[in-house]
Design a protein around this ligand. Sequence first.
Ligand SMILES: Cc1ncc(COP(=O)(O)O)c(C=O)c1O
Length: 413
Amino acid sequence: MPAAPAHSTLDIQKIRTQFPALQQTVHGKPLIYLDNAATTQKPQAVLDALTHYYQYDNANVHRGVHTLAERATFALEATRRSVQQFIRATDTAEIIFTSGTTASINLVAATYGQTQVQAGDEIIISHMEHHANIVPWQMLCQAKRAVLKVIPINKKGRLMLSTLANLLTSKTKIVAIGYVSNVLGTINPLKEIIQQAHTQGAIVVVDGAQAVPHLPIDVQELDCDFLAFSAHKAYGPTGVGVLYGKKALLEDMPPYQGGGEMTQQVTLSHTTYNDLPYRFEAGTPNIAGIIAWQEALNFIKQVGYKTLMAHENKLLNYAADLLSSLKKIRIIGTAPNKIGVLSFVVEGMHHLDVGMLLDANGIAVRTGHGCAQPLIDLLKIEGIVRASFAIYNTKEEVEQFVTEVTRIVQKKA
Ligand SMILES: Cc1ncc(COP(=O)(O)O)c(C=O)c1O
């Protein structure tokens, strides 16, 4: 049996007390929550901030001069500044609040894509993308009669990057790439991809949904043109996310949705549009969610990405070592550079059955195609069981999870 990771100075039990959802039992067993790549649990500070807003500051933003409206607006704009600093954007004008990664990618496809992509142009994605970073580009390609090209992956679940040079042509307008795969856990060599794309004059849209919860991101250093991510996968509320875009690109883009907030002057025959970022924020945003997101960002800052990555890596390696020693288990995604995502199949068993048996023991995992059907098809499997780790998971939970998987496999044998 591989050695358990040594106890570090990190006080996981103290961290766990901040998460009320982790204190419950499920089917009479203590909850072991290993579905963090779908959404993480939220610390008490986030829950308190949500309640505080509705209890004391509930008002619409950017519209009123009364005290509550000013408080709500101030708190919302404070989160924008925090997000800007968090990803090292140069300007708050580059931080557009959306409902999440999916909405952010669709925004780029419907604005930048609609104006910049013409018939015969090319868009490049990879074979490991989440549907949110496939379908908007497919729809755009269909509408524009453009061509969707795909970077292949190898058996370990790494991009075959040597193919990119051939895929990129003078017709490539957009490279849309996930920083981290939600099924394989692979961290893609983003900087290299961005440099190559820029050399050919293409812009790069990064799906950062699975990166922000685990890796520090510096948009200036990466030099990505757009970055989409969600709050809820990184300890924040659901229904909130950001589209980061380089200011020069955002300024040239047509508006997305029309409505309140995104306008400067409206007559019945003509509308002039608001400045960035409000031009892309039509309607009332998820004010409570945006304000409470601040607390999730604070939580990550307090723990620190270094600690977070070290802890999650220990859990990943420990779980992978234990699981791979079991017969009938095949781990999906063995790239050397991974975040704490461990997908596997149990030979001869349906992933849903495995998931239900684990749930009966209080263990929450993801089952299915992980919203990455082209990848699942390529792997010639029906679906995966995915355990994904967060800062509050423990080695004891990993051991319990592996014990249950072992029981499931042995029962089947
Ligand atoms: C890699 C990746 N991209 C995009 C998404 C979509 O995120 P959301 O549902 O928050 O818009 C997910 C969610 O699982 C994801 O894992």
